[in-house]
Design a protein around this ligand. Sequence first.
Ligand code: NAP
Ligand code: 8YV
Length: 320
Amino acid sequence: MSDTKATVLVPGKINPRVTERLQGNVEIITVPAGGELVLPEGVAERVRGIAVSGVVSAAWMNALPKLEIIANFGVGYDGVDAKHAASRGVVVTNTPDVLNDEVADTTIALLINTLRRLPQAENYLREGRWAKEGAFGLSPFSLKGRTIGILGLGRIGLEIAKRLEPFKVNLGYHTRTKRDDVAYTYYGSLKEMAEKVDTLISIVPGTAATHKIIDADIFKALGPQGVFINVGRGSSVDEDALIKALEDKVIGAAGLDVFYNEPQVPDAFLSLDNISMLPHVASASVPTRNAMADLVADNLLGWFKDKTVLTPVPETPVKG
Ligand code: NAP
Ligand code: 8YV
């Protein structure tokens, strides 16, 4: 690293370990997230990196002539226009693999919570209703004997599938490219999979190709015993169609960790009883978030030291 410290922009909030790790090695400039980028005179010209948990628009990249690297906190980098970054020669990194286990574990918990209504059962106990009103009602659904289709069998999807094997369920998946290293049933389309399974778990990235692909048609195909779990991105779901499907019992239940317009959650979801919700916490443990933060810092520090990064995204012009 040269004597002049690189300047790194941090829009909005980020895990504090990122800035702790960067402190002393780079100059950190914090700015509000989103909207127009406003910086004191002369700062835009010296920003070489961004550490972000959220959005970096094409307009921000255009406003930073010396920008070299955007290090995204999260494996999903739908908030960063990576194609535009590539067109400007800007490297984008994300945080793959270090969160696979945590996210897969949370998915299993959310699936069981949704099927067996465990959060509702605990609330029933906490409200003193067990002693007053008797046993909590039986859950209409069980995991036993289910046929599960996983939309997205990448790093995390595969860990979810592996965890589901001991539950003795039937497993299948849909991706655009069939994997030749797994024995799970492959479905050539999402619609075909929804017709054949009774449980759909989505763990696909938020891209133009996945935008609202889980819609009324898919819920109809899933059917009244059907359960939908989303740990990927809220943008993959037509939420109005999901609300109607839950209200009309077109599907049986849903479990959601992610939403279309986070942190806003539609009121209709809150008034439904056949849904289990989490506030985007699938990776949210201290050890896993620390590992993600370290990866963000290591990508930035590696880049400024000798132009190497550990985890570039596929669109990026350099390889790690
Ligand atoms: P990954 O390894 O890149 O896997 C993505 C999978 O999705 C691949 O199997 C890919 O297969 C499939 N896919 C992509 N586009 C598709 C499409 N249009 N139709 C069907 N399948 C498609 O990513 P990952 O590390 O597993 O992470 C997946 C996503 O999970 C992240 O991008 C992020 O959005 C989300 N996530 C959420 C949380 C949370 O806190 N809830 C935490 C971590 C990650 P093909 O390319 O062959 O189609
Ligand atoms: C994080 C995630 O919660 O990695 C991802 O793609 O969605 C989560 O692990 C998020 O990116 C940071 O807030």
